[in-house]
Structure formats: structure tokens, C-alpha cells
Design a protein around this ligand. Sequence first.
Ligand code: KMH
Ligand code: ZN
Length: 272
Amino acid sequence: MEKLIITAAICGAEVTKKDNSNVPYTVEEIVKEAKFAYDAGASIIHLHVRDDSGIPTQSFERFKVCIDGIRKECPDVIIEPSTGGAVGMNNDERLSPVFLKPEIASLDCGTCNFGKDDIFVNTEDTIRYFVKKMNEFGVKPEIEVFDKGMIDTALRLHKEKLLKAPLQFNFVMGVRGGIGASLMDLAFMKASIPEDSAFTVTGIGKAQFTMAAMAIVAGGHVRVGFEDNIYIRKGVLAKSNGEMVEKAVRISREIGREIATPKEAREILHLI
Ligand code: KMH
Ligand code: ZN
């Protein structure tokens, strides 16, 4: 089987130090967490940034400093900034890291309830605007889908040649408001994308490692990290993103699937 690409979503925008004191905020903490994840086997860092007090920001300068810092410690890692940011941010704010011309960035392909009282808004016009900017700056979109209809939206844009093959999907499964996190849900999502696409599975909360195991067996790739889950096992807070990556590596190796280096990940995702 193709080697496994592990993405570490080291920080996110929602989780705080109150949830787990190891969630990184400062540049130094973000770089340290990226390095732990990279050393453990992550080839992609999915990056959100915060100000020092922990408030999510899409500041161009903050992204630049964090990316430069990560680059120093993890020279070949793939850095994938978020264009999702946090609920409530405006489009131009969200797009700012694209102007740093990363190899890849997230592209959220639909609107959904996000938790009990938040709505994560991505209208079709927004998605088109983001794709055009990403194409203009040579950034590959990782298509984030929180539900099956978002795959259909992406495929519509693909048909119009706005999104170019091979597509890279991230199935985010178990968000309150999105698709669930079960084997049946994953089979449905996998069957809905073109055969030449790649997919990563992100299981939210307690679904993180069960969905990771399913993705590994199904030929997909895996995302873990504080953005999506704060526990290493039931009731035990994770010490670092590195600890979560190590667990994904162990599961994969037990099943007989080796881990991709950043160079191999670039080949698999056609980034080179
Ligand atoms: N923070 C969420 C509202 C992404 O990175 O593109 C959106 C999110 C998705 O995290
Ligand atoms: Zn994110």
C-alpha cells in the first residue's frame, strides 16, 4: 500500500490552554509543537496561528514568522496554512496566508453548523474567490469537507476546471453539525470522490484514532493534533502533538503501512 501521509494540525482556532495546557499559542510554542510532530513522523503541518494571548489571527506577519520558525527547525516539512481561520473572520482576512505562496493551503468547501451555536460560513462565491486566488498564487487547495454535499460542490468546481486534478480531500468527520464519524460515513465519502484523488481523514474528538485506523486500512491518509482532539486516550490529555503523531505511526506500522517522508508526501500529492 502507498505510504501514509500524516498531517499534524498542531493548534487550530477553537481549542485553548484551558482545554489542554499544551496547546501552543506563541511563536516559540508553535515551532516547538511543529518540531515534535515532525520528529514523530508528520510530513505536513496544518497551521493556524494565534496572538500570544491565544486569540486566533490570520495576520500575514504572524503566519510569516511562524512559517519561518518552523522552516528553520523542520527544513523539508510541508506547511499548510489554514484559510478557514476561525468562525466569524472575513474572507480577505482568511486569505492572507495564501500571499505567502505556501505549497498547499486548506479550502473549506461549504457552510455548516460548527458546534452548538456557531456557523462556519463558506458560500459558493467565497469558495470560488478562494480557489481563484490559490490558483493565481500557485497554491494547491486541500479540499476540506465536513459533509458529503461539500464534495459535490468541489466536484462542480473541478468540472469547470477551477479545481485541478488530482484533487486532495480532507474528510473532517465528527464535527457537531457535519457528517458523523463511522465506517459507513467514511465509505460513503470515499466512494464519492474521483479515483485519482487522495484523501486524508480527520476524526474529531474521541473519533480521532478510530477514524485514523479506518483511513489507514482504506488507503487514505491521516490527520491528528490538538486542533481536532486533546486526548491521547480516554481521559488522558495528550502531552504534545508529537505524542499523537507517534500513536498514528504505531497504528499504521502494526497494520503494515509505512510512513511517508515529506519528500514522498510531495510525490504522492503531486506537489513536485
Ligand atoms: N476553525 C474552523 C472554523 C480550516 O483550517 O480550513 C475552520 C477550520 C478549517 O479550521
Ligand atoms: Zn484548520
